[in-house]
Structures are given as C-alpha cells and as structure tokens.
Design a protein. Structure first.
Length: 342
C-alpha cells in the first residue's frame, strides 16, 4: 500500500515511464512519414479517432471502477479479520477459567489461553501466505522481474512466520499443530478446525461454559467467512474479457491517435507536425496510465506495493493479542519502506 500523499515524479516514471519511449518513437515515425516523406495519405479524419477515444475512456473507467471495488472489498475483509481477532482475544481471556469441578493452576490456564491465541496468530500468517501464492493471471507470474519480487517477498516480508506460533508441544493432551499441518492442503482451514476441537476439549474439561463455547464457535465461523471471501477474490480474477480487451482497445486507439491529429497539427504551420509528437505522446501516455492503474489494482493479494498491507495488519493483530495475554516481549509494528507499507 502506498502511504505517501502525493506520488513522486520518480515513482510515476518508474511505474510507467518506459512506455513514453515507444510512444514517442511511434509519434516521431508518423511525423517523419507525413512531413519528410510526404505520405499525407496516412492521415485519417479526427472524428472517428475521437469516438474511439471517448468509448475507450468509458471502458477504462468501468474497468478501473471494478478493480477498485476488488481492492476495497479486500481491505474490508481484512478489517473484519482485525475486529473478529480482537473479539477472539478478549473471549479467550475472559471465558477460559476454572469451574466448580476444576482446579487448574494459573499457569495451566495461561497455557490454554496462550495456545488458542498463538494458533490464531499462526492462522493469520498462514492465510496471508496462502493468499500470496501466485496465480497464472497475476503479475508475479509474468516475468523474471516480478518473480524476483516474489522471491524477495518470501525472504523479507514474513513468509513462514506462522511456524513460530505452531511448534509441537510436549504435553500429551496438546495437538501437534505443525506436524499435522504439513500433510494438509489448506492449512488455514485446518487451523480453524483445530481451534474448534480445542474448544470442545476445554468445554469437556469444564473450563468453558457451553454457552461461551457456542459464542466462540461463532467467531470461528466468522474467520471462515473472512477467509472464504478473501479466497474468492484471490481465485476468481477480474473477467479476462474485460481486463484483456481494454489493452487491445488501448493499442488500437494509440495506433490511430497520431494518424488522426497529424493533419490537424499541420494546419498550424511548418512546425505543427513536430508539435504533434509531444502532444500525442502525452495523450497516449495518459491512456496507458489509466490502463495500468486498473491492471495493477485488480489483484489485491499479489504482494506488490499497490496491494493490501496484509503483513502490517497481521502484525497489528499479533501485537494486540500478545498484549491481551500480558506479554511484554512483542514485535514492533511494520514500518513503511520507500513509502510502501507491506
């Protein structure tokens, strides 16, 4: 997530500056053919070109609106995870206690609470890791450059952090989470399943009242709902007929653009044709930028700088839950790097 209020010119150039080169080269070629070679026949009426540009602007607006909806929905999902996680933390801390028939020590009760909270933190990082797995329509799967970004993300951005919270315990009545998870397909799903089993065990041991257990089971259902919504966005792309056709239409418009305006600029005078080059390049670049903005927004779980800051959100929840347990050795919040919050 970009956290800087105003983008630097350097950032914009890094994002789409390379497109100026071929746009300028194409506009220069048309100007040379029209002015130097006297190929006036290559010019076409401006009216049909303007109609194509208008239609394309509406199309790009529709695509970008749909892309933004996907990003905003993803952020709302993780916002829901934050709220439900805090509710889980206070429920664990308040509901797990001795009944009339139990005599657990304070240390034993704290271990039970810690287990449920730690496993939930493990679920957060596990879900994030699963959402960062590249799909064939995402940018991280398209080139060596983005593959390097994905590799660097795995090394630096918290991939595998869930393992620290799921180490097998020595006690016979504890589940060996890390060992069990190595054999399943969807680790995040099974972690919630383990939480439900633990709640049933604690209810059987009379450490949780049955009604309290049902309340906590509802929270687990909420986590499943949040996970399912996130997986829906991850595994169902913006329909490719919308995403890909906008690129094709953009190419058609940029191809027609100098052909439609070169004769109009020639009416200005001898220098008019050469003035067409920077103006047409600027117009074409604006359309390219609109295409790229929508293209990079449609997949909010790629791990790129324009995506949802899942690592920061996970760390925020981790800090909140650990402090609810009374722990003082808590990690620090994730800080932006180069105006990017991951």
């Amino acid at each position: 997530m970009i956290v800087r209020k105003n983008l630097k010119l350097k950032t914009i150039i890094q994002f789409a500056g390379q497109h100026i080169i071929y746009l300028f080269g194409y506009m220069l070629l048309v100007a040379l053919l029209y002015k130097v070679c006297d190929w006036h026949w290559i010019s076409i009426p401006w009216l049909p070109v303007s109609l194509v540009g208008t239609a394309l602007a509406f199309y790009l607006g529709f695509k970008n609106n749909q892309s933004y909806d996907r990003v905003w929905e993803a952020r709302k999902i993780w916002g829901g995870i934050v709220n439900s996680s805090r509710s889980w933390g206070i429920a664990v801390d308040a509901y797990i206690r001795n009944s009339e028939n139990t005599e657990y020590t304070k240390i034993e009760l704290e271990e039970e609470k810690k287990r449920l909270v730690y496993r939930h933190i493990g679920w957060l990082y596990t879900l994030r890791e699963q959402l960062l797995v590249p799909t064939q329509w995402e940018h991280v799967s398209l080139s060596k450059h983005f593959s390097k970004i994905a590799l660097r993300r795995k090394e630096q951005d918290g991939i595998g952090q869930f393992v620290a919270y799921l180490n097998p315990q020595q006690e016979a009545n504890y589940f060996s989470d890390a060992k069990r998870l190595s054999a399943v397909t969807n680790k995040a799903t099974q972690l919630i399943h383990l939480q439900a089993q633990d709640l049933a065990r604690l209810e059987g041991a009379e450490l949780i009242h049955m009604r309290r257990q049902l309340e906590m089971q509802k929270l687990l259902a909420e986590f499943y709902e949040h996970q399912g919504k996130a997986e829906r966005i991850k595994k169902f792309p913006l329909p490719r007929q919308y995403a890909n056709l906008s690129f094709i239409f953009n190419c058609i418009f940029i191809f027609l653009l100098p052909l439609g305006i070169v004769a109009e600029f020639a009416k200005i005078g001898d220098m008019g044709v050469w003035l067409m080059i920077p103006f047409a390049t600027m117009v074409g670049w604006i359309y390219v930028l609109m295409e790229l903005i929508g293209d990079y927004s449609e997949n909010p779980f790629e791990g790129l700088g324009t995506d949802i800051p899942m690592l920061s959100i996970c760390r925020t929840i981790e800090i909140d839950l650990l402090e609810m347990l009374g722990e003082t050795d808590v990690p620090k919040p994730i800080q932006p790097v180069n105006d990017i919050l991951m």
